[in-house]
Design a protein around this ligand. Structure first.
Ligand code: TYM
Length: 334
């Protein structure tokens, strides 16, 4: 069994935001030093909600460009879009026949995304976590770096692996470990500290997009919701102050320091001072990524080439694994 292989994915549905960056992408970049890494733009997952074809194509390139701009090294790591490697969909079907309806009924993300009109949600949205398990297990990935919101899906991936192994009396799929790292594993909306920062929030002021120019970042941070109290002098003082806690967590993650240190630095300060510093720091960290991403978007041929080569390398790894799974099941392959 392969040792220490990373897999993770991101949906090409609109702009990437600070939550994606701090919760996932920045960790993906760092993990490249110690792991074999496979990163995927999950366009099959994207179509669980209807997408405009042109938007999907543009967004797939844009997300890939953003990953490269953030520091994914296409020579060392594998970067591709999911639909180019047919093994994901093939293994997902097998997992549709392993996972139980009861397991999927417990998925909170399905409930959130389907909303009140559950009967009208696509079947794809319902079995979304099975495809995610297939993404990971087609490569026998051992570790999956994600934000906190993906934890439940990764538990399901372990249940699927275990259930497959026991159904066929084998020790074939690994029990994958989530890697939920850093000071900002769940970045919240800038407009409401009780809601996750998300691509689908109708208010653009709720998030910092990785494509936002510096003046837009500054404006969004200036307008971010706060409470009237000055900043606390201990981490305990952040309790019941979700907006302060979120902004200080973002600061800690961007500066690569502990929240304790941020609290000490701004103890008793008004939000206005803190926001000024947070704004400067955010622009410092994000501007080079945005600039490089724009440069790459002017060269779509290069980005497409990276994805094509990545897909070839990914297929080489997935092919023997998925074929062996098919043999274990008893599919005839003369
Ligand atoms: P997606 O596209 O919603 O998000 C990509 C990554 O960003 C993280 N993230 C956040 N982290 C912190 N705070 C936030 N507000 C925030 N919002 C998003 C997510 O946790 C994720 O790590 N189902 C996945 C994509 C996927 C996948 C996979 C991930 C498909 N197959 C296999 C891992 C392994 C998703 O929709 O991520």
């Amino acid at each position: 069994m392969s040792k220490n292989r990373i897999f993770s994915g991101v949906q090409p549905t609109g702009n990437l935001h600070l939550g994606n960056y701090l919760g996932a992408i920045r960790n993906w970049v760092r993990l490249q030093a110690d792991f074999e890494c496979i990163y995927c733009v999950v366009d099959l997952h994207a179509i669980t909600m209807q997408q405009d074809p042109e938007d999907l194509r543009r967004s797939t390139r844009e997300v890939a460009a953003c990953l490269l701009a953030a520091g994914i090294d296409a020579k060392d790591s594998i970067l591709f879009n999911q639909s180019q490697v047919h093994y994901h969909a093939e293994l997902a079907w097998i997992f549709n026949c392993i996972a139980r309806i009861g397991w999927l009924n417990r998925m909170t993300q399905f409930k959130e995304k389907a909303g009140k009109n559950r009967e009208n949600a696509t079947v794809g949205l319902y079995v979304y976590p099975n495809l995610m398990a297939a993404d990971i297990l087609a490569y026998k990935a051992t570790h999956v770096p994600v934000g906190d919101d993906q934890k439940q899906h990764l538990e399901l991936t372990r249940d699927i692996a275990q259930s497959f192994n026991s159904a066929y009396g084998v020790d074939f799929f690994p029990l994958t470990e989530p890697l939920i790292l850093g000071a900002a594993t769940r970045v919240m909306s800038l407009r409401d500290g009780s809601k996750k920062m998300s691509k689908s929030d109708p208010s653009d002021y709720s998030r910092i997009n990785l494509t936002d120019p510096a003046d837009e970042i500054a404006k969004k941070i200036r307008k971010a919701r706060t409470d009237p109290e000055p900043l606390p002098d201990s981490v305990d003082g952040l309790k019941d102050r979700p907006e302060a806690e979120n902004l200080m967590g973002i600061f800690a993650a961007l500066a690569d320091i502990d929240v304790d240190d941020v609290v000490n630095r701004f103890a008793g300060a008004p939000f206005s001072k803190f926001k000024e510093d947070l704004s400067a720091l955010s622009i410092d960290v994000l501007s080079p990524i945005t600039a490089e991403m724009r440069r790459l978007m002017d060269d779509p041929g290069y980005v497409d080439g990276v994805l094509r080569e990545g897909a070839e390398k990914a297929s080489e790894i997935a092919e023997p694994i998925v074929k062996e799974a098919q043999d274990l099941i008893g599919f005839l392959r003369p």
